[in-house]
Design a protein around this ligand. Structure first.
Ligand SMILES: Nc1ncnc2c1ncn2[C@@H]1O[C@H](COP(=O)(O)OP(=O)(O)OP(=O)(O)O)[C@@H](O)[C@H]1O
Ligand SMILES: [Mg+2]
Length: 504
């Protein structure tokens, strides 16, 4: 959960940095743009100022020139000596030349201006009079010259007025330029301030959003923590419930195992009772018959009615009864021996080091000898030096039962096929694997699950008890600490796979 929170926060931080960077970049771009505009405007204004300066200089020069010309012309009229007349006429010519030059400058600086055009026209009007005045002044016709001066005086006034107008319009122009510059400056300033304000607003907005997101996140986190806590509590409760259920289940399992044990014990006991019932019943019947016949014999004897035939009959019947009793008691004893073998844990035999191949070969041979009448062949594949640490009698009992079964159950009734027994023994990682198979009729799939059950046999009528494989199973499971599997294939073969540790 804290990881998610960190991720969300870092995402928000990144967003914030991104937005701020963009705002800053926009601010810089606008700043650069504004500065550039200001510089441009400055340059333009500077250019205009320069032009205006040139114009003003030309106007003033023209103004000065016209006043100079006027005063020099007056001086020329007043002058009596030749030197003064000459210098004043030169000065007035120079002033006229300056006036021409100023006018040219003005025409250049302010083209298509009506005032300049009027100025130029008025100048052209006074130009011929100026030469006349100089001529008249030189020839001392001062009155005439003064008349001409008086004549051109209104024109020079107009020229002065024209110049004043030009100066005024130039000043107006300059003022307009100033105002425009100021306006542009204010505009740029407003733009600048707006950008800064906008950036600040943006930053404040982002900050507020971030704060809001943070608050929402912490609220969410709080809710999540609450949920997690409640879920953990629920989980703990269900875990406790599961533990309780498990406890109950274990108890029930224990009870089930107990009842299964009791059931299998019950089955075993009832099987044993059933097996023992017949021979013991025969013994009881024969015993009572023996008792009855002996009582009758005793009665006849006390009455003195006994003859030789009676004695012979008693002896014969008693012998038969006793034979029956002995054979059935033998059966019982045989059965009890079997029962003892089932409870392997009571075996007092100690484990010993056994040469596996030798031990198995001996047992197979001995068992085959017991069943000479059944044709058989055996091949045992086992490493010669393979040694195991086990109880010899247990191993012997297992192999003996398997071989007996192959010989007893391998052939169908009346058939005399040779039974081939094959045993493969190998050792790997401390485990012995023994594969036993025969070439008999095999085990039907319907019986496969029952063959290890006590008292299961397909040859009860032939006196079999169905305990052989039960003994084998118990010995492998408890005495050898291994396990056994059985399968039968389509070649009518019974295959037993045994696996057990090479020492206990
Ligand atoms: N090699 C085999 N081939 C065919 N059937 C077999 C083989 N081994 C066991 N069986 C079947 O398994 C049954 C159970 O065998 P088990 O050895 O327990 O009893 P049994 O041989 O019938 O009687 P007991 O061994 O007590 O004399 C047998 O009755 C037989 O039907
Ligand atoms: Mg058997």
């Amino acid at each position: 959960m804290p990881l998610n929170k960190e991720i969300v926060l870092s995402t928000l931080k990144n967003k914030f940095v991104f937005i701020s960077s963009i705002a800053l970049l926009a601010f810089i771009i606008f700043g650069v743009f504004t500065t550039y505009s200001l510089v441009q405007l400055n340059m333009e204004v500077e250019k205009l100022f320069n032009l205006s300066e040139l114009r003003t200089r030309a106007i003033f020069q023209a103004h000065d020139s016209i006043s100079n010309m006027e005063s020099e012309l007056i001086k020329l009229i007043i002058a009596d000596d030749k030197e003064s007349i000459r210098s004043s006429s030169v000065a007035s010519i120079r002033a006229t030349a300056f006036l021409d030059e100023s006018l040219q400058q003005l025409e250049l600086q302010i083209p298509d201006n009506s005032n300049v055009a009027a100025l130029s026209k008025n100048l052209s009007l006074i130009k011929p009079h100026r030469m006349n005045i100089i001529g008249l002044a030189r020839s001392n016709q001062d009155l005439k010259a003064l008349n001409i001066v008086n004549e051109i005086s209104p024109i020079t006034d107009v020229i002065s007025k024209n110049l004043d107008k030009i100066i005024l319009s130039d000043r107006r122009n300059l003022n307009g330029l100033f105002k425009e510059y100021k306006r542009s400056e204010i505009k740029i300033l407003i733009l600048f301030v707006s950008i800064i304000t906008l950036s600040l607003l943006l930053l404040v907005f982002v900050n507020i959003s971030l704060q809001k997101a943070k608050t929402a996140l912490s609220k969410l986190n709080h809710e999540l923590e609450k949920k997690v806590r409640s879920r953990t509590e629920a989980l703990e409760t269900s875990y406790n419930e599961i533990e309780l259920t498990l406890d109950k289940l274990q108890q029930t399992q224990g009870k089930l195992i107990e009842s299964e044990k009791m059931a299998s014990l019950g089955g075993l006991v009832s099987g044993m009772a059933h097996e023992l019932n017949t021979p013991i019943g025969v013994c009881i019947t024969s015993g009572s018959y023996l008792f009855d016949s002996t009582t009758l014999f005793e009665k006849k004897y006390s009455e003195g009615n006994l003859d030789e035939t009676d004695c012979e009959a008693l002896i014969n019947s008693n012998k038969d009864s006793m034979k029956l009793i002995i054979s059935n008691l033998n059966k019982c004893s045989h059965l009890i021996q079997y029962f003892k073998k089932i409870s392997v844990q009571h075996s007092s035999d100690k484990p010993e080091l056994l040469m596996m191949k030798k031990c198995v070969e001996e047992t197979v041979m001995n068992t085959r000898t017991q069943f000479k009448e059944i044709k058989s062949r055996a091949s045992i594949h086992c490493p010669k030096d393979l040694q195991v640490l086990h109880v010899k009698s247990a191993l012997h009992e297992i192999i003996m039962n398997l071989v007996m079964n192959s010989l007893q159950h391998g052939n169908d009734k009346g058939a005399h096929r040779e039974i081939e027994i094959n045993i493969d023994i190998s050792q790997s990682e401390g485990m012995i694997k023994l594969i036993y198979c025969d070439s008999g009729k095999g085990i039907g799939t319907e019986n496969m699950d029952k063959i290890f059950e006590p008292f299961f046999t397909t040859k009860r009528c032939e006196g079999q008890n169905g305990l052989g494989l039960t003994i084998v199973y118990n010995l492998i499971m408890h005495s050898l600490k291994g396990h056994i599997k059985c399968r039968s294939n389509q070649d009518r073969k019974a295959i037993f796979e045994l696996e057990f540790p090479d020492n206990l």
